[in-house]
Design a binder for this molecule. Structure first.
Ligand SMILES: [Zn+2]
Length: 241
């Protein structure tokens, strides 16, 4: 696990501006969005908590849109686009990237979004704070919030989602937060439904036992097995070629 920080195209994301309409106050405004992105590759940088590391913090921030009139903030994909040229309408506020995720979490709480929604926002806020090289205190605050929100989501019996995979992510966050006993408890709950290599789960479990809290990168082999299973399966390639 480690060493894959070469041959990565840091310009793999293209950001553009577009006009959208706020669903809360009907205000029109211009916001960044991800116009194109390169597919994940075996040599991309991905951490063991399944975080694809993005060099430019503006990219993750562009996953959200923030209304300049009422400050409502949510996933960009939930906003309706408008044909007006973005140059002709007011811009979304300039805001620190991870703070944008904090505004989205506030909106989620206000509108009773499920804990998994806020957990995913908190995770992105954490990743954003690290990609943005924010002060350590802010990074730890985000990590603790992510742990609290993910724990809440996993405790909720009322909805169905891949709890095994999220248990793995939570275990990995707990390990990085030096909560090693709790981390081991969650690693033990990860089963086949997580669709993760057993060797990866065993490796991270061992790190928790050894009280190692440092972030780790996924090897290209693990990236292929998790995100590009067709590439990892040579039989499949032979059949389709
Ligand atoms: Zn609004």
């Amino acid at each position: 696990m480690s060493k894959i920080i070469e041959n990565v195209n840091l310009n793999e994301f293209k950001i553009a501006k577009i006009t959208v309409v706020c669903p809360m106050c009907s205000n029109m405004f211009a916001t960044d969005y991800i116009e194109s992105m390169q597919d994940l590759q075996a040599n991309s940088i991905v951490e063991a908590d399944l975080h694809r590391v993005i060099d430019n913090p503006k990219v993750r921030a562009a996953l959200l849109a923030m209304c300049p009139a009422c400050l409502y903030t949510w996933w960009f994909s939930s906003f309706k686009t408008h044909y007006f040229l973005p140059q002709l309408v007011v811009d979304s506020p300039e805001i620190n990237c991870s703070k944008k995720f904090a505004h989205a979490i506030l909106a989620g709480r206000q509108f009773n979004a499920h804990a998994l929604d806020t957990a995913v926002l908190a995770l992105n806020g954490w990743w954003s704070s690290r990609e943005n090289h924010e002060p350590q205190k802010s990074v730890w605050n985000w990590l603790e919030l992510s742990i609290a929100e993910l724990t809440k989501a996993l405790d909720d019996k009322s909805i169905n989602f891949n709890k095994s995979r999220y248990s793995y992510i939570l275990a990995e966050l707990l390990r990085q937060n030096q909560e090693f006993t709790e981390a081991c408890n969650y690693f033990k709950q990860v089963d086949k439904r997580a669709m993760l290599p057993q060797q990866l789960i065993d490796n991270q479990f061992k790190l928790a036992i050894q009280k190692d809290s440092s972030p780790k990168f996924l090897s290209p082999e693990f990236i292929e097995q998790i995100f590009l299973p067709k590439l990892a399966n040579k039989d499949y390639l032979q059949k389709v070629s």
